[in-house]
Design a protein around this ligand. Structure first.
Ligand SMILES: Cc1ncc(COP(=O)(O)O)c(C=O)c1O
Length: 393
């Protein structure tokens, strides 16, 4: 028989996938233009012409498709170190950079390199659903701490209270999936101060693992505070899935703060983990492609417009929601306690939503607004009907 744990996972399934499939069924029944599917964080628009031109350019480069150093091309790592140094004021060199197959792979490699069995990783809820699996993959224990109720900012006291002798890392994601919130500098600085005290108290490092695939997607002048400049023991995982609209190509990097004690051993360990987990090296051609386009952000203005549009529509329909700050998600309050029942009710109007429970935050629902502007505009009547059904207008 197969692994019992995996068979259990198959039974559980993914809520986002299930809703997406529900949407496909409705689209077949009513026509795709009459179904409003806000489930998936799949970037739209397509990759920029600069990016596709670079793909074509590098495809013919001699040796590009061969085995290569596991950590990635030196020139690519140098460009990323220089870029991150400029962004964060941290003295990174290429030796701090490991190219990896997207943020998902990056997080797994870091967690495998950090965790002893039973050690804790603090995760702020709401969180990206896969985090819990990534931590458990490497025999860690997720320690879930709720964000502040109204702002979804970090609840520093709650995080500090959750730190114990087994705490190895704190996993942060800002701009956040699913809330679209950017954690405040005030909270991050307070957390850094408290974590430093806890490190002293327990006599070991507590690493801050910053998952930053949405860092370039912010709106209305919102700035994302630099986590590497605030936390000494920081490890950043980034990818080009969202910022260059390349999720199918699996390209990203890990960058380790050089101030971390024995940063070189961690880097060597991560290279081994990347190999033994089977990633071996990041896609070679795409390393070159992203290195030529580090300053580019695909779709930024159009996400800003669509986020604002959807925010205006749902608030007109009576839903309570924070203004979009970053990423491409809204996380409104469900009008009834049972968010799953609410998402089921929305299906009546061909609105496909994902419940907050799936992100560790019942009572809310997530909307991915990386859908066409037309879909958002056409969905307005459905939102108004849904708002009426729940007595919001
Ligand atoms: C917060 C967060 N982290 C990580 C990932 C995984 O990204 P990647 O495609 O780079 O593996 C996603 C994808 O949606 C995400 O939203």
């Amino acid at each position: 028989m197969f692994s019992e744990e995996m068979v259990k996972s198959v039974g559980g399934g993914s809520e986002i996938r299930a809703m997406f499939e529900q949407g496909a069924k409705l689209a077949a029944q009513f026509g795709a233009e009459n179904v409003y599917d806000f489930t998936l964080g799949n970037p739209d628009p397509e990759a920029d012409p600069e990016v596709t031109a670079a793909i074509k350019k590098y495809a013919d480069e001699p040796g590009i498709h061969k085995y290569m150093p596991n950590a990635g091309y030196k020139d690519v790592r140098e460009k990323i170190a220089a870029y991150m140094k400029e962004q964060n004021g941290v003295d990174y060199t290429f030796e701090n950079v490991l190219m990896i197959a997207g943020a998902a792979a990056g997080l797994n490699v870091v967690l495998k390199s950090l965790l002893n069995p039973g050690e804790n990783v603090i995760v702020i809820a709401p969180y990206f659903v896969e985090y819990l699996s990534y931590i458990r993959n490497h025999r860690g224990v997720p320690n879930i701490v709720k964000a502040k109720a109204d702002s979804f900012d970090i609840d520093v006291d709650a995080v500090v209270n959750a730190i114990n002798s087994e705490t190895k890392a704190i996993l942060l994601n800002s701009p956040n999936n699913p809330t679209g919130v950017v954690y405040s500098e005030e909270a991050l600085r307070a957390l850094a101060e408290a974590v430093a005290k806890k490190e002293e108290e327990y006599g070991h490092e507590i690493y801050v693992l910053s998952d930053e695939p949405y860092i370039k997607l912010t709106y209305s002048g919102v700035k994302v505070p630099s986590i590497p400049s605030i936390f000494r023991n920081s490890i950043v995982v980034n990818s080009f899935s969202k910022s260059l609209a390349l999720p199918g190509e699996r390209i990203g990097y890990i960058i380790v703060n050089p101030a971390i004690k024995d940063a070189d051993i961690l880097m060597q360990g991560m290279i081994i983990c990347a190999r033994t987990l089977g990633y071996v090296n990041a896609p070679s051609l795409f390393q070159k492609v992203i290195a030529d386009n580090l300053d580019l952000t695909t779709g930024l203005e159009s996400y800003a417009e669509r986020g604002e549009l959807l925010y205006n529509i749902i608030t007109e329909a009576g839903f309570e929601c924070l203004k979009p700050q970053g990423a491409f998600y809204l996380f409104p309050k469900a009008p009834i306690e049972d968010d799953r029942a609410f998402c089921k009710a929305a299906l009546k109007y061909n609105l496909i939503l994902v419940s907050g429970s799936g992100f560790g935050c019942p009572g809310y629902f997530r909307l991915a607004y990386c859908v066409s502007k037309e879909t958002i505009l056409r969905s307005k009547n459905a939102w108004m009907e849904l708002g009426k059904e729940f007595g919001l207008i």
